[in-house]
Design a protein around this ligand. Structure first.
Ligand SMILES: [Zn+2]
Ligand SMILES: [Zn+2]
Length: 222
């Protein structure tokens, strides 16, 4: 299969690599239909995460179709459309039982595209598939569903929930990238008086969405 492989600081390439296979009975192999790049991948590319070894397939967010399952996978089966969580969860350790999957001590946590091969590939092996994949409703488009693998839950958990956003609050989100936009969206679900957002010219000459406060007032022209 083809995959985006990290070869060391500053070096990534689109290579032919071996197809992933079931290694543990709790694994699934998923055919990747949509994936994303995270800011973390840029840190890896710059060599700032030395635990990522050269030869690792990058990235940790995907949606796709289950191609193969191990004999101990019960919640999903071949042919299912699934969202692959950026965080894998063993489902058994104390942290997983407390819904703190990122801290999993049973072999999960952030491992895709970090300690094992990730999702910028035609296929990805997903450990602990029962707890690390979610069924994708057919009504949810691929490009929307892929945002649920990390972008939207990150914005909600880290921004809105940890920020204790509540009814009547005014919220300012600085940085209108994908996670910032998802923070605005999920804050609006938590407060009737959804705040305006500072909007920081992503590209020269661009115009802010309705209701947003541009900073600076006018984007420099391209
Ligand atoms: Zn990420
Ligand atoms: Zn765990």
């Amino acid at each position: 299969m083809r995959a985006l492989v990290y070869h060391g600081p500053g070096q990534i390439s689109w290579d032919t690599v071996a197809d992933p296979a079931i290694e543990e009975p709790t694994d699934a192999v998923v055919r990747v239909d949509a994936t994303t790049l995270c800011g973390t991948d840029l840190h890896i590319r710059r060599g700032e995460l030395p635990e990522v070894k050269p030869g690792t397939v990058l990235s940790h967010e995907a949606v796709g179709e289950v191609a193969e399952v191990g004999r101990e996978v019960h919640s999903t089966t071949v042919g299912d459309q699934v969202i692959v969580s950026s965080i894998s969860a063993c489902g058994r350790c104390q942290f997983c039982r407390d819904s703190m999957f990122g801290q999993c001590h049973g072999g999960g946590g952030w491992i895709l595209g970090n300690l094992i091969n990730g999702t910028q590939a035609e296929f990805v092996r997903v450990p602990f598939a029962d707890y690390s994949t979610r069924r994708r409703p057919g009504t949810l488009a691929l490009e929307d569903a892929v945002l649920l693998a990390e972008v939207l839950p990150t914005a909600y958990e880290v921004g809105v929930r940890n920020g204790h956003v509540g009814p009547g609050d005014t919220v300012v989100v600085v940085g209108a990238g994908p996670v910032g936009l998802a923070a605005v969206m999920t804050a609006r679900g938590s407060t009737r008086h959804a705040g305006s957002s500072l909007w920081t010219c992503p590209t020269p000459g661009s115009k802010p969405p309705p209701g947003w406060v541009p900073t600076p007032p006018n984007c420099p022209d391209g």
